[in-house]
Design a binder for this molecule. Structure first.
Ligand code: IVH
Length: 697
């Protein structure tokens, strides 16, 4: 059906307006819509855009202008019409043509095996049954009704027989086609699926809401449900919703294929989004293998799933199996262990980290979450504690996802004991008693005790011996605690003065373990400058920065001697990190730790080099340092850097008095101002290209 026919039935003045619309305009509108639909599909369904966003915006704008010029061209399926008016009478009830049933649950492997056995027995089949295995998306079940390929209604599940009309909101979801693609769809087709919010979108949305002081959602499922319950579709349109479809039904069953997996394929051809992880598996063994596979990648999926759904793939077998009360006999949801549980907060304590960060931790009534007993949950920082207002005695929801530290999702305020008090930030370090300060504008409060604080000392030592630092195998967390508590080790240098006899004295330490530790200590003496720098635990100096520093200077003494300004010449070192490095080496107690490590027969050594800073490269740009800012048209940053280095020049991250040239593209940042202040020569892109070509020849 073309667009003008659709209009004719709904407007009496159409004959006149139709005549006013020239054929080329109608053709152009049809072409633009087809083009835009194709790109919507590429972008929102396939996640594989083929044109830049700006080009897409241009097409949409062109269509909007055309529709403004000829309002009679507008049809409800036009991509310009996703966001319409709010329904006048709220959410109207919708009676489902076929009930939206629910799923039986299986909570372990035995229940899945029993499900498969029941099916084989009922069907009297010897061969294994084929199942469609699909992630069970954690969102909101939605039914879409297409007539003549056009989306005419979207409804929630409700009680299974009557749901709510949410068409105005579902239309705003870009992966839901307003008009089906291709051909061959049944005249009236009901498609079912799950509207969900991808995790990344959920987190970004919550962050924005928190920053604006607005209400945040506890999880992506609540966010999806809340977004669909908006009266104003404009609000829903700004929520990052998406939809996967997982089934279809029509009165003309012969118009759909005979296997569920083929129906999914067909839906996908019609432009609907089908979960790419869906797969056909054989028998209970196939189901369980799929379940295990998905359990492993579950946390990497961009959306939340709470289990796997297995469906008998053959529709004629589904028919034979039928249903019991509210659920079919041919499908089942194999649930992952719940990741959220209720428990009670016994205490809120403050832990002190390596850099002195004072972090609130909730001690919980132990509870099993997703197969692991949880008795602690991080509260990240004091602001977070205040925002969630977690108090001793509170009943809370704890969540554990993958390997991350369990966290408190929210407090059940109506179960709060009447006499509870908000938790205060301690003024003094709970470990060493030094002042705790919280710099203006920072979320993190810190103990000022430095290495006087045994908590910071322990954490620093644990970092020092860790695998990517000096890699002293066998010196675990408990052992370090003991070494510090017994006073055997105060600073890293002490580690290298430990004797086997010292170690043997410790709890639970055998001859063999002591020998192993001595050997590991010995091995760690031969190290690299990079590892040593990282091991020092300078704030904001991770492995990558340690590597850059080592490469650039080649020697520890040169790094110690470098000024803040010098340090900014090192690739990727900006003013803040430079200040941290400089401050670290200026502190007397750090100087004595270093002196101790280097002087007193610890035996630690590493090869030193001249460093890139001192090896003038060869080529016409040798000895010249360039800084890049803004966007260049002809090259990416990396390409520009490669070109400079190929001619012997160096590229630094920040401008200093030693910078030879600042290469400035569009939208330059603060570096341009700094260059002006330091009177550094500035090259625009043309000048830069000229320099490269003249120096090259
Ligand atoms: S098929 C309405 N397949 O799980 C029954 N359901 O209790 C549809 N769900 O909220 C059963 N992913 O929306 C099916 N791949 C999938 C699913 C799925 C999520 C939801 C469904 C409903 C719940 C079933």
């Amino acid at each position: 059906m073309n667009d003008s026919c659709a209009r004719r039935s709904s407007s009496s003045s159409i004959t006149i307006s139709l005549m006013e619309i020239p054929q080329p305009a109608r053709q152009l509108a049809a072409d633009l819509r087809a083009e835009i639909r194709k790109h919507d599909y590429q972008y929102h369904v396939l996640d594989a855009p083929v044109i830049p966003d700006a080009e897409y915006d241009r097409l949409l704008l062109q269509l909007k202008e055309l529709e403004k010029q000829y309002p009679d061209l507008v049809t409800p399926e036009s991509p310009t019409q996703r966001v319409g008016a709010a329904p006048e009478s709220g959410f109207k009830p919708v009676r489902h043509e076929r009930p939206m049933l629910s799923l039986e649950n299986a909570f372990d492997e035995d229940e899945v095996i029993a499900f498969d056995r029941r099916i084989s027995e009922r069907l009297g089949l010897e061969d294994s049954i084929s199942y469609s295995a699909e992630p069970k998306l954690d969102g909101v079940a939605i039914s879409l009704l297409y007539e003549g390929g056009r989306l005419i209604r979207a409804a929630t599940r409700g009680d299974g027989s009557t749901g709510e009309d949410v068409t105005h909101n579902v239309r705003t979801i870009k992966s839901v086609p307003l008009q089906l693609a291709g051909s061959g769809w049944p005249e009236r087709l009901e498609v079912r699926g799950e509207v969900y919010m991808p995790r990344a979108g959920f987190e970004a949305m919550n962050k924005r809401a928190a920053a604006a002081g607005e209400k945040t959602f506890a999880n992506p499922r609540n966010a999806a449900a809340g977004s669909l319950r908006q009266l104003d579709p404009q609000v829903t349109a700004n929520r990052p919703l998406d939809m996967f479809v997982y089934g279809a039904a029509t009165a003309m069953a012969e118009q759909l294929p005979g296997l569920h997996s083929e129906i999914l394929e067909r839906l996908s051809q019609w432009g609907l989004k089908v979960c790419p992880q869906s797969s056909v598996v054989e028998g209970a063994a196939g189901c369980l293998a799929y379940f295990r596979e998905l359990s492993v990648i579950r946390d990497e999926l961009p959306y939340d799933i709470d289990g796997i759904v297995y469906k008998v793939n053959d529709l004629s077998l589904q028919e034979r199996l039928g249903r019991v009360a509210r659920a079919p006999r041919w499908d089942i949801a194999h649930k992952f262990p719940a990741q959220e549980q209720l428990t009670v907060v016994r205490a809120v304590e403050f832990q002190v980290g390596r850099t002195g960060a004072v972090t609130p931790v909730a001690r919980l009534e132990p509870v099993e979450v997703g197969g692991v007993t949880v008795s602690n949950a991080t509260l990240h920082n004091f602001d977070e504690l205040r925002r969630k207002d977690v108090r001793v005695g509170d009943t809370v929801i704890v969540r554990r996802a993958g390997d991350v530290i369990p966290e408190i999702v929210s407090v059940l305020k109506d179960r709060r004991p009447a006499d509870s008090q908000p938790v205060e930030l301690p003024g003094h370090c709970p470990v060493c008693g030094s002042d705790v300060i919280r710099p203006e504008g920072e979320a993190v409060a810190r103990c000022t005790g430095g290495l006087y604080c045994s908590a910071q000392r322990k954490e620093s030592l644990k970092h020092f011996v860790s695998r990517r630092a000096l890699d002293i195998a066998g010196l675990g967390s408990k052992l370090i605690d003991q070494l510090v508590d017994t006073g055997l080790v105060k600073s890293p240098g002490d580690l290298y003065r430990l004797t086997k006899e010292d170690l043997i004295e410790l709890e639970r330490m055998g001859q063999k373990s002591a020998d192993n530790i001595m050997a590991a200590l010995d091995k760690s003496r031969e190290t690299t400058l990079e590892r040593f720098l990282y091991a020092l635990g300078i704030r904001d100096v991770g492995e990558a920065t340690a590597k850059s520093l080592a490469r650039y200077y080649g020697s520890l003494d040169r790094i110690i001697a470098a000024s803040e300004e010098d340090l900014q010449e090192v690739p990727d070192v900006g003013p803040i990190v430079a200040a941290r490095i400089h401050a670290f080496f200026s502190q007397p107690h750090n100087q004595s730790v270093l002196k101790d490590l280097r002087d007193s027969n610890t035996g630690i050594q590493w090869p030193e080099t001249a460093g890139e800073a001192n090896t003038s490269g060869e080529g016409p740009l040798a000895g010249m340092t360039f800084v890049l800012t803004g966007k260049l048209d002809a090259f990416s940053r990396t390409e520009a850097k490669d070109k400079i280095e190929a001619l012997g020049g160096r590229v630094s991250g920040s401008v200093s008095s030693r910078t030879a040239f600042l290469v400035q593209g569009h939208d330059p940042g603060s570096k341009a101002k700094k260059a002006q202040k330091l009177k550094v020569d500035v090259l625009d892109e043309a000048g830069f290209i000229r320099l490269l070509t003249t120096k090259h020849s």
